[in-house]
Write a protein that binds this ligand. Structure first.
Ligand code: NAD
Length: 270
């Protein structure tokens, strides 16, 4: 998928990697960048910041945890801009603490924003992509969708759901010969502020700019699954071949993964 002259919709496009991928879409010559975000003010500032580009920027205040807002705004987008060529399901939230410390509303919100939102928005736009016989959908999951980790049980569950759904949808689109391509991204921590306070013993905290560029290239190359910085196949292979205790030793003592969330503060979304 080439971004030139395309209509691109990014959820959570007002900050972090969503904002960077929006800029990169404009730099690659997209004709319309549609930003959906809960934070109206941040989205409008991004729109002003991106005025220099030829492609137009449109912002919509949407809470992707609310199904009615998704379906109504998706209809508006289709009427106002026509088919969305590239959809990047990027909005995400995380809450602090052990599973038993999470409130019911934290659990519901995590699943609604991170898992259900991408499914409902994709459902609302997919028919038109299938009809025009082209489209790219990129779902931003997380390495937490592959690797279990203490103090992010609900987040891991929500991202695990994204990985399973997104890659199954890829197979469905292939089976139906639709020319709609799915890319599932599973990054380790990225330095955007969402995971402020986390520490990593061995693996580098990822750079937002470089990570966004890798995601853009994965969409262009129609890569099915991209994990960063450890390759996807390496993670699945070690889970498959190592005895459970050895695998956990590698994760805990080798990579220090299980301690990463100890100092996590994150954004003020609590
Ligand atoms: P971020 O917090 O910088 O940006 C998230 C954006 O989503 C914000 O603009 C926020 O306003 C918006 N948003 C949140 N809830 C929303 C809702 N209900 N409706 C609409 N918009 C909403 O986050 P980021 O670090 O850029 O992360 C982007 C994606 O990458 C997320 O899905 C996240 O889970 C995933 N991810 C992040 C990291 C990391 O370490 N930052 C690692 C792996 C995966």
């Amino acid at each position: 998928m080439n971004f030139e002259n395309k209509t691109v919709l990014i959820t959570g496009g007002a900050s972090g990697i969503g904002k960077i991928m929006g800029r990169k879409s404009l730099e690659r010559g997209c004709k319309a960048l549609i930003i959906w975000d809960l934070n109206e003010q941040a989205a409008s500032e991004v729109s002003k910041e991106f005025q220099q580009f030829e492609g137009k920027v449109y912002t919509y205040k949407v809470d992707v945890s609310v199904p009615e807002q998704i379906s109504q705004t998706a209809q508006r987008v289709l009427q106002e801009h026509g088919v969305v060529d590239v959809l990047i399901n990027n909005a995400g939230v995380v809450f602090k603490g052990y599973f038993h410390e999470n409130t019911v509303s934290h659990i519901e919100r995590s699943m609604e924003v991170n898992s259900l939102g991408p499914m409902l928005l994709t459902r609302a736009l997919l028919g038109e992509m299938i009809a025009q016989k082209s489209g790219s959908i990129c779902n931003i999951a997380s390495s937490a969708g592959l690797i279990a980790n203490p103090k992010m049980a609900v987040y891991a569950a929500s991202k695990w759901a994204v990985v399973g759904w997104s890659d199954s949808l890829r197979l469905e689109m292939q089976e139906l010969k639709t020319q709609v391509h799915l890319t599932t991204i599973m990054p380790f921590f990225i330095n955007t502020g969402m995971f402020d306070g986390v520490k990593s013993k061995v693996l580098p905290i990822l750079d937002p700019e470089k990570t966004s560029e890798k995601i853009m290239r994965a969409i262009e190359k129609q890569t099915a699954l991209l994990a960063l910085p450890l390759p996807y196949w390496f993670i699945r292979l070690s889970q498959g071949i190592l005895p459970q205790r050895l695998y956990e030793w590698v994760m805990r003592d080798g990579f220090g993964i299980y301690d990463t969330m100890t100092g996590f503060t994150g954004r003020a979304t609590k």
